[in-house]
Design a protein around this ligand. Sequence first.
Ligand code: OAD
Length: 229
Amino acid sequence: MKKKIVVLTGAGVSAESGLSTFRDSGGLWEGHNVMDVASPEGWRKNKKLVLAFYNARRRQLTNARPNDAHFALVKLEEKYDVTIATQNVDDLHERAGSSNVIHLHGDLNKARSTSHPDLIYVLNGKDINIGDKCEKGSQLRPHIVWFGEMVPMMEEAIKHSVDADIFLIIGTSLAVYPAAGLIEFVPEYSEKYIIDPIKPEYNIHHSNLTFIQEKATKGTTELVEKLVK
Ligand code: OAD
């Protein structure tokens, strides 16, 4: 049986694909206060702004390409049973070819009904506009987990993490819960790695933890080479 690797990724894994991270831009996210565009309050206040913001992110994503970090994680599957739990709403892990990707914070390329959360639609790069409705007649919103909302995929990510032989964290400030706490479910004996040019402030006292101070492309490529040897 293959050993199990769980990978938690954040905005840093897509930074070298040209997608900006959140906290590196000083609390602004592409020129906006994060709470204006990523919270239920922001949505209630200005739906048009929120839709325009995610429409722009979606267009930007259409032109982005997976980088060597995304591709290296695909290579891991040659030798390991790999599950990626990503906080990113982009689809660069899938486009690189990873088989098992859990989206903790949703998916930019999907819309969902504001009244029936189970009604989810694939956008295929299209915009969501005011007046776009689900089959029950309610406005559509981005299929994104905003601040203060539940993270339904967390349970699935925990289910994998408790069995991880190796746990890998790439490009996340570990500032947003519950995703940041996923490492707490990983067995003590498992090998753990963090790849990030800046050490996250998260108070980590875990055993068997190695910090690799590198950008995602270099750090991940080198670590994967070592792990598949
Ligand atoms: P952050 O912007 O908080 O953190 C990005 C991390 O990536 C930082 O630790 C950077 O040092 C690191 N980084 C920057 N460039 C890098 C590179 N080339 N290679 C590797 N790492 C690099 O992003 P997240 O931790 O992903 O939530 O943020 C978590 C959540 O907060 C996001 O999912 C989003 C946001 O609000 C929602 O949208 C709900």
